[in-house]
Ligand binder design. Structure first.
Ligand code: AMP
Ligand code: GLY
Length: 463
């Protein structure tokens, strides 16, 4: 080989490693990803629809040897080994990952990350797609997140943080209503109250700060200005200073049609959304993403994993509602099917803090997920109901399992509130909806509940 003596642009000679480095750069800049030498052994942590979508993406990858889910669910059990380890048992996950000789751990939910899963695995030399505890605090502590946003001049609602009831009540004197009161800690999506009047605000503050409402999570509260506008979710895949942008999505958190009734984990989602045009996207990159990445560097918070930015598109521009440190559920079930490349090498590079390709190839078209829930959800609901699936799914539809179990007789039964996510893909939002709902109608069990109006805003926009 001539590489030892190859001439450089500056007229000198490059050594072998310089040539290899340059070739790698060229390939990366062309969007060609370097293949790892050995197929990967991957652990997916979690048990919901998001994790089932991640498992399916891994199974499609030519770079994956084995996938194991901890603890998984009935649907995942049909396609990969599932091991019954709780997502909060960090020691057990680490022991399992060492014994399995995992090359990569992809963490679905936020709780293990906030308990230091990535730190513990990193100490054993196992790369994790998901931030360390410091980064995970952006979701685990709304007070920490708001301070980060303020410190780095990222647009967000004006706020104050309180742990003392009298101080919080006194602050109400200077505020107008509605006012938003948030339990600072993790509260399974239930810790945000929009107080329409002072009496509601006082009662909420008393219940949260006493620990009655959300335990320790409510003993610090963030009181913030009420923002108006449409909401949208932006997912970034972050590898230290590098990031890739996934399609902008929107979800439906309420149980009832017309976005009414109680909050849920999410009853459906779709992407992309016309709520954000190219000009607004540029504004988001400039005013929100750039200072956030600079903030990670300034705060010495190396960040590897998904950054899910909850946005409010206010009349005075896009503002951050919240940061989540993991993929959304059910957004993942619409985003992953839209990615037009093998996602595994990208997640693996992010987990290792390596450079990412210049851009993420995205399919043309629209994707929608409709959640099939158990009757009664988000209140109490039955478990153990057998589900009947059609022999084959309608074209362009995929089913992701969330609250299911695989019975000993091989039948899938319900085991949670959100049972399945049914994703449809189409050239426009209407055909994505038609594909999803056609499949939803062929899946049957006693008490099946769904919203029939997922994507109503997008459908009205006439995309
Ligand atoms: P969070 O857990 O912070 O994302 O809040 C949950 C939901 O509460 C959001 O998706 C919004 O619908 C609503 N929300 C949170 N903060 C605000 C705010 N400052 N103004 C208006 N609505 C808000
Ligand atoms: N779909 C909302 C979330 O994952 O937080």
């Amino acid at each position: 080989m001539q590489v030892m003596n190859a001439p450089t642009a500056s007229g000198g000679c490059m050594r072998r490693h310089e040539i290899l480095f340059t070739l790698g750069d060229v390939l990366l800049s062309l969007g060609v990803y370097l293949q790892p030498a050995m197929p990967l052994k991957i652990i997916v942590v979690g048990s919901g629809g998001r994790e089932h979508a991640l498992v399916e993406a891994c199974l499609k990858s030519s770079e994956v040897a084995t996938v194991v889910a901890l603890p998984g669910n009935g649907g995942m059990r049909q396609v990969v080994e599932c091991v019954d380890i709780s997502v909060t048992d960090i020691d057990a996950i680490v022991d399992y990952a060492k014994g399995f000789a995992a090359d990569l751990v992809i963490c679905g939910p936020e709780v293990p990350l906030s308990l230091g899963l990535a730190d513990a695995l990193d100490a054993e030399g196992i790369p994790v797609f998901g931030p360390k505890e410091h980064g995970a605090r952006l979701e685990a502590s709304k007070a920490f997140c708001k301070d980060f946003l303020q410190r780095h001049a990222v647009p967000t609602a004006a706020y104050q943080t309180f742990s003392d009831l009298d101080a919080a009540l006194g602050y109400l004197d200077s505020q107008s209503f509605p006012l938003v009161i948030k339990a600072s800690g993790l509260a399974a999506g239930k810790g945000v109250i929009i107080a329409e009047d002072r009496a509601t605000a006082e009662q909420t503050l008393c219940e949260m700060l006493s620990g009655d409402a959300f335990g320790e999570s409510g003993k610090t509260v963030v009181i913030e200005e009420f923002m108006t506008g449409e909401e949208a979710s932006l997912h970034l895949i972050v590898s230290d200073g590098n990031y890739l942008i996934m399609p902008m999505s929107q979800d439906h958190k309420r149980i009832g049609e017309g976005d009414t009734g109680l909050n849920t984990g999410g009853m459906g989602a779709y992407a992309p959304t016309g709520a954000v045009n190219n000009q607004m996207m540029e504004q988001i990159e400039r005013e929100i993403i750039a200072p956030t990445m600079a903030g990670f560097a300034a705060d010495q918070m190396p960040y590897r994993g998904t950054l899910y930015i909850g946005l409010m598109l206010t009349p005075s521009g896009p503002k951050v509602v919240e940061f989540n440190v993991r993929f959304g559920d059910p957004e993942t079930q619409v985003l992953l099917p839209m990615i037009d490349t093998d996602i595994v090498p990208i997640l693996n590079a992010a987990a290792r803090g390596e450079p990412l390709p210049d851009r993420l190839p995205i399919k043309d078209g629209f994707s929608m997920v409709v959640v099939l829930a158990a009757g009664g959800y988000p209140g109490s609901y039955a478990k153990g109901d057998p589900i009947t699936f059609p022999e084959s799914l309608p074209k362009n539809a995929f089913v992701y399992h969330a609250g299911t179990e695989l019975g000993t007789d091989g039948r899938i039964v319900t085991s949670g509130g959100r049972v399945l996510g049914v994703t449809g893909f189409g050239t426009d939002i209407q055909s994505a909806a038609s594909a999803a709902y056609a499949a939803c109608d062929e899946i049957l069990w006693k008490g099946k509940t769904l919203r029939r109006d997922i994507g109503h805003r997008e459908l009205k926009r006439g995309c």
